[in-house]
Design a protein around this ligand. Structure first.
Ligand SMILES: [Zn+2]
Length: 249
């Protein structure tokens, strides 16, 4: 029996979807992602956009639900009036409790955002006042920056206990400043490199092998120095993917 016009159109559409998926896979130029993803069968085609379909079948095997639920997602460089609420929405209903390392100047502009973070059960901790790299500043400058930041946070009702310095950089005197303010310096176990603007699926594929139970995962809910992207959509999608897996436990 010959295929009618509808069947031919559907076939052509399926071919286009497969082509889009293959192009997406090729765009994942890391060895881990290619080795992992290309060894798997293509998903069934559907009316969904190809990339969304890809997300549906990649994610479950990349992060097991029990592992996803143990992760500590951390967000630097916010709060941001667009992206912080989007991250909160992505985490809503999941068991994940995230930590937001905030820029005090942004807290001063949007105190309602850190209130929303805390109301959702997440933690607000110190990032900085200005985004100064400790390795490129002198001690007195960072002491002043830290005191200004803490004053703003206290004004918003926040008494931070943890401190992630800008870019995670530590000068020889940084631990002494931290101790003076009873702050625990906090790094990360896994860098998603979300500032590069990659898609969430690629971030997951690259981070997947490094994820361990309880791992601290670095993300950004605001734009900062060195960002190679215009927004944090993929960070939000990353949070949503992890939250969905964590909720499946
Ligand atoms: Zn930062």
């Amino acid at each position: 029996m010959r295929a009618g016009p509808d069947a031919r159109a559907a076939h052509a559409s399926a071919d286009r979807s497969r082509k889009q998926i293959l192009e997406f896979l090729v765009s994942l130029d890391c060895d881990v992602a290619q080795g992992f993803l290309l060894s798997r069968p293509l998903p069934p085609t559907s009316s969904q956009p190809a990339l969304e379909a890809a997300a549906d079948w990649e994610t479950p095997d990349l992060v097991a639900p029990s592992l996803a639920g143990s992760l500590e997602l951390t967000f630097d460089d916010g709060p941001d009036p667009v992206w912080t609420p989007a991250v909160l929405a992505a985490l809503r209903g999941s068991p994940l409790r995230a930590t937001f390392f905030v820029v005090a100047t942004r807290v001063g502009e949007h105190p309602e955002l850190v209130a929303a973070v805390r109301a959702a059960g997440h933690s607000v901790e110190l990032h900085c006042y200005s985004h100064l790299r400790h390795t490129e500043a002198d001690r007195a400058t960072i002491e002043h920056d830290t005191e200004r930041a803490l004053a703003v946070l206290r004004g918003a009702g926040i008494e931070p206990q943890r401190w992630r310095t800008p870019d995670g950089l530590i000068a020889p005197w940084t631990p002494e400043i931290a101790a003076a303010h009873r702050l625990e310096l906090c790094g990360w176990d896994v860098d998603t490199n979300d500032q590069r603007g990659h898609r969430a699926e690629r971030m997951l594929a690259e981070a997947g092998p490094s994820l361990r139970p309880g791992a601290v995962v670095l993300l950004h809910d605001g734009l900062g120095p060195g960002d190679q992207r215009d927004g944090c959509e993929e960070t939000v999608r990353f949070a949503r993917l992890i939250a969905a897996e964590a909720t499946a436990t």
